[in-house]
Design a protein around this ligand. Sequence first.
Ligand SMILES: [Zn+2]
Length: 488
Amino acid sequence: MQMKQREFKIDKETNFSEWYNTIIYGAELADIRYNVKGFVVFRPWAVAAMKRMYAAYEKELEKTGHGPAWFPALIPEKNLMKEAKHVEGFVPEVFWVEKAGETKLEERLAMRPTSETAMYPMYALWIQSASDLPLKIYHSSQVWRHETKATKPFIRSREFYWIEAHDVYATREESEAQVREDMQIARKVITQKLGVPFVFFQRPQWDKFPGALHTFAADTLMPDGKVIQQPSTHLLGQNFSKAFDISFTDEKGNKQFGWQTCYGPAISRIYASVISMHGDSKGLVLPPIIAPIQIVIVPIARKGSGDPLVKKALQIKEALEQKDWRVHIDSRDKTPGFKFNDWEMKGVPMRIEMGERELEKLSVTLALRDSGEKRTVLEKDLEKRVMQEAEAMTKRMLEKAEKWFTARLNTASTEKDLVKRLDKGGMVRIPFCTLEMNGMPCAESLKKKHAIDVRGTRYDQKEKPSGKETCVMCGKTAAVYVFAGRQY
Ligand SMILES: [Zn+2]
């Protein structure tokens, strides 16, 4: 059956902002009209998918020995002030609670901007001897930061949803291995399950998590070629364990401080990348694993002849639900064309169309959201086919995304060349003086002159410049290759 398809004709690469807003409202994902500035309402279609992203992430964290915990949202001011760099980094963004009813509180309480200073005083109580280690805990929650940049649903708002994992080890080596495990988990969930490629960078010293020794953060790209940060994992060293007295007695009876890591996948931010990486000019394209509805059945009946079709649709729905598929029958009094457009906007991975002719032939039409292909499938083969098609779709979405992403990683060796390449978007590798603090003026100058950010050295490629290459900014011998891009 031929249906006229509506496309909203906004190219996401050249007009990303308008495209993104069209999807946010068209697929009913979020609403920014809530009357506290910078706070966004996330709607059911988005939250139903994000809960599945939480579940996928939590499963991997638990498989690697993390236990879930819930920590309070309020943090006493004195906890927050314990680690000097952390204070400097987060206090300017804190929302404070100062009153309870009409009574002024004796001590101000911070709405957690991140949970180190809520969790670590408790860790100090729980860790006494080496046998209490490692301690691996994750916390699924939201945090609040008074962001001053413009709000964009899922990309940036003053309240966002994430997971934080906070681990303590007896040795530095073990904590470094944890950082690598965090990267692996990100790869498993975000790339393999959700089809979003990224690169992990070691951030420069001037751009690390406040209080950490080193920060490693994943970056991916938005359709307009700008960089967006994905999860980051931090080697905290002993800075926090010393500030909070997270210590244990070793076998020789000596006091030792723990080696810590923290890891923060922001679920709402990852969802922004899923929307942006896979969506097209008909709307969202959701990876099957997180789609709130994976298969929508649209019975196409002529007037007054619908009963056998409805019955058949119900049979198919029940059979698929037996195999754990999330299925919905669209029996609204609307045209098939309207329904097709509606579910395509919402990104439902598969659609089963069935009319009387199909019913006679004991077959259905299976339409695939990502490629737009349609297949005729015999009813008896449907359960098997749906499984195969979902797997193929997940693979196809990742391949397409990886091809797009990889084509946007380039190299340059001069400032002029860098700017020219970045005007087309992406991330560009350049020779650079150093990631230590004395490289900061070069990074600041890039930012000020061209709005370009230094993202750091690629973690998975240890390649170093030859002694002949020079920093694109200061002309000193380059010690590292860094990637640079324009940040979201
Ligand atoms: Zn330099």
